[in-house]
Write a protein that binds this ligand. Structure first.
Ligand SMILES: [Fe+2]
Ligand SMILES: [Fe+2]
Length: 165
């Protein structure tokens, strides 16, 4: 594909993915404000934006077979966890922003966990095994199989975990 088209699709993918996340959060907010119709509108547009992002990503040929997808996901987790967050934690320390520092280091710990989950899958340790995952809604920590009493990363209580069967 022409490099300029590639660049266009990359921009579309990034822009639409960001828009979709933002709109989903707007929908949550509208729900809290008891505005279900507006929440629905935000969710619908978010879904539509995701379709644009999906088309762009497909054009970029970034969706491969599952074995490759797992390996690439593992790679990107290790680089996110190993490079960016470490630097961000350092930066927040220099600036003296405790809240930012906490968010960065929580995310870094959670990303390390993602890498382990992929590694597990790559080593064919999940195949036929059925499990339930639990995700902390505060920091994103993923627990495989058991819901912890409190989040080992951010200390959020058990009832803030979402179950994925
Ligand atoms: Fe991750
Ligand atoms: Fe957490």
């Amino acid at each position: 594909m022409d490099d300029r088209l590639k660049e266009a699709f990359r921009k579309i993918y990034e822009g639409e993915a960001k828009a979709a996340l933002r709109l989903k959060l707007f929908a949550k907010k509208a729900e809290q404000e008891d505005l279900p119709q507006i929440a629905q509108l935000f969710r619908v547009i978010a879904f539509s934006e995701e379709i644009h992002g999906e088309r762009a990503l497909r054009m970029l040929r970034e969706i491969k077979d599952t074995d490759t997808n797992l390996k690439e996901s593992f790679q990107s987790e290790t680089s996110i966890a190993g490079v960016a967050y470490d630097r961000f934690v350092e930066l927040a320390g220099e600036i003296g922003d405790g809240i930012a520092s906490n968010i960065f280091s929580n995310s870094k710990d959670v990303e390390d966990g993602h890498a382990k989950l992929y590694k597990h899958a790559i080593n064919h340790l999940i195949g036929e095994r059925e499990t339930t995952y639990y995700v902390c809604q505060v920091c994103g920590y993923v627990s495989d199989g058991v819901c912890p009493e409190s989040c080992p990363v951010c200390s959020a209580p058990k009832d803030l975990f979402v179950e994925f069967k």
